[in-house]
Ligand binder design. Sequence first.
Ligand code: FPP
Length: 224
Amino acid sequence: MNPINHVAIIMDGNGRWGLKHKKSRNAGHKAGLNTVEKIIKETIKQKIKFLTLYAFSTENWKRPKREINYLFNLLENFLINKIEELNKQNIKLKIIGIKKFTKKLNKLLIHSEKKTFKNKRLQINLALNYGSKYELVNAFRCLSKNKEKINENSISKYLLTNDTPDPDLLIRTGNTKRLSNFLLWQLAYSEIFFERKLWPDFNDKDYNKIIKKFKNTKRNFGKI
Ligand code: FPP
């Protein structure tokens, strides 16, 4: 059975779910947050050490301002209300992405990261204003500035995930099959599971089914 250390998730389908059930995309984001909490709980139960969640991409700024504001408000309230609980559960929160937000959110993010920095049970990498191509360009710029040799290790060192093993497993909900500029380097050998359900409908049973399938998959890493 394959060991499982790191699960990455593209949480897709909130907008469609919201429109279908409540005639509002934002209602889908609110419902999506409940799924985030369920999946965190299950990840702990499964003793998985790293969970990377794609919450906002560098391309998501192209959405209507109303939706962007709603998403960031949701995140602010989540951090204000839940960071204490995450900390008590020994969860470390790390933001991966370009940290350019409002003063209030920047402060909250720094506070949440600092508060949970030493926690060991589970590390949640929250990808916020994240873009994999930007991350890679930035790594190459650092290597060139520091006149360092270019190799796989040196590139990985300058990625935002430098303290995290590569994902064993990527899940994308929402019945769409693309990577959307997410962890392009890190996913080189990950097993990818595309899930039909929209993110707010995804639950711990669906998650466990995928984990079970993953554990029984033959991983070759280029060998036969
Ligand atoms: C993609 O679905 C989802 C997002 C861009 C936002 C993800 C946010 C959450 C799950 C809730 C908030 C999370 C935190 C941690 C506060 P989409 O809107 O692109 O769906 P669509 O494809 O149906 O339009």
